[in-house]
Design a protein around this ligand. Structure first.
Ligand code: CMC
Length: 436
């Protein structure tokens, strides 16, 4: 027997099996041989919510939750946030290496010159209700893009993948900004190709009557850093949606719309909004100890604390906290910050939070910063979707080229009724399980 294997005995039959271990995993399909009889389907593994299942091999993002480490292609997130701009990090995530000067110039040019959307996309967006949620508009409009680029369905063609990748990264901020302007009843602002990726986004959001919008450098840099921090986070809910939809060979615009829809949910892209609500409800630093006491008594959670993967300080939270100081110098201090700092101070020295390994996550400070910059809460998931499009696309490109991948199709444990015969309508009694 080799060392890298698992010895399994099935107590139902007394038979033993040797299951190989590679990369710290066993293959679920190897358990299918474990049967009680020849016509037994074989053993399956049950893992709702994928809490202990690796669904792919990936070379993009590494997280060590115990030690609070996040790396894109091996580079620590703090070094990237400090030294690169968003498009440089996007290039790294997508293509595996940091670009040379020439590569970065070409990549920046390619993205910048695809920021315009077809006029019919604008008309399409104008058709939304005046108070439409900007995230709903984003999801619908990205899906609609697939009808403008039917060639994107050639997902096995490398050139087609390149073109779709560029188009999506370039047009996402335009659609996001149009959705925001729509929700405010303001005219849409066309992209300005002289500006940086973040600067152009701010121009499309905030430009009014001035002939040329000049973004505040501190805010432009802060948005760029936030984009770098949110660019990828390995197999999270929306990335899993991107891979699952893409695995059916749907075009990347449709798959991105599905990923954005997953991000729309409050458990994923909406936690920073919950943090703002919580801080507003606390209302004063003096009420923090009382609030923490209530959390410990099981009356609600400390939003922006805790993470499925990080059991240490989320490294993105440290960087955001620093960037927030620079934003507040321009926008003025968000009064909620004092409450947040006090909450963090008290929680980090409290036994309950220490024992449960609960530390601030990325959402604890991002909402305060977005609010200070003037974003309404409905824009928070939209701000998340723009940079995460890079991660979604990198993961999708990896998936379509991975020979081990097939259409994503989980198994189930069937819990419904056993076979029974049809009952004619006049002989049926109402027995619906959800009937009152
Ligand atoms: N406040 C108080 N107690 C908490 C909290 C919290 N924020 N988070 C977890 N716990 C406790 C929980 O009550 C449980 O205690 P016990 O074992 O005594 O019953 C224990 O810690 C484990 O909690 P869990 O819910 O089983 O952990 P999880 O890994 O399923 O949940 C989480 C992770 C992020 C959903 C959770 O920590 C939480 O609800 N946090 C607040 C919401 C939040 O900030 N979400 C943003 C996540 S980061 C964004 C992203 O990356 O998408």
């Amino acid at each position: 027997m080799t060392k890298d294997s698992l010895a399994v005995t099935d107590n139902r039959t007394g038979r033993s099996y040797e299951i190989p271990i590679s990369d710290g995993t066993v293959h679920a399909i190897d358990f299918r041989q474990v049967k009680t009889s020849d016509d037994d389907f074989g053993l399956m593994v049950y893992d709702p919510a994928f809490t202990n299942t690796a669904s792919c091999r990936s070379a993009i993002t590494y997280i060590d939750g115990e030690r609070g480490i996040l790396e894109y292609r091996g580079y620590p997130i703090d070094q990237l946030a400090e030294n690169t701009n968003f498009l440089e990090t996007a290039y790294l995530i997508l293509f595996g290496e940091l670009p040379t000067r020439d590569e970065l110039d070409q990549w920046t040019h390619d993205i910048t010159y695809h920021t315009y959307v077809h006029e019919n996309i604008k008309k399409f967006m104008e058709g939304f209700q005046y108070d439409a949620h900007p995230m709903g508009m984003l999801v619908g409009t990205v899906a609609a893009l697939s009808t403008f680029y039917p060639d994107a369905k050639h997902v096995d063609d490398a050139r087609s993948r390149e073109i779709s990748t560029g188009r999506l990264i370039a047009k996402m901020p335009t659609i996001a900004a149009f959705a925001y302007r729509h929700s405010r009843g303001l005219p849409y602002v066309y992209p300005d190709n002289d500006l940086s990726y973040a600067g152009n986004f701010l121009s499309m959001l905030w430009k009014m009557t001035e002939p040329k919008y000049r973004p505040d450098p501190a805010l432009e840099r802060a948005v760029d850093i936030l984009f770098i921090l949110h660019a990828d986070h390995e197999q999270n809910c929306s990335t899993n949606a991107m891979r699952a939809v893409g695995s059916s060979r749907a075009d990347p615009f449709s798959a991105t719309a599905a990923a954005a829809a997953a991000l729309y949910g409050p458990l994923h892209g909406g936690a920073n909004e919950a943090v703002l609500r919580m801080l507003t409800e606390i209302g004063d630093r003096k009420r923090v100890p009382e609030f923490v006491k209530r959390v410990k008594a099981g009356e609600g959670r400390l939003m922006g604390f805790g993470h499925r993967v990080y059991k240490n300080y989320d490294p993105r939270a440290t960087i955001i906290k620093r960037a927030a100081d620079e934003v507040f110098q321009v926008t003025g201090r968000n009064p909620l910050l004092d409450i947040a700092l006090e909450l963090e101070r008290i929680a980090l020295q409290d036994d309950y939070f220490i024992q449960h390994k609960l530390y601030p996550n990325v959402d604890f400070y991002s909402g305060i910063m977005y609010q200070a910059m003037g974003f309404p809460v409905e824009m928070f998931p939209v701000l998340f979707a723009i940079p995460r499009t890079v991660g979604w696309l990198a993961q999708w490109r990896e998936m379509v080229q991975d020979p081990e991948q097939k259409i994503a199709r989980p198994r189930q444990v069937f819990t419904g009724p056993a076979r029974r015969d049809f009952v004619p309508i006049e002989k049926r009694n109402s027995r619906r399980e959800d009937a009152a």
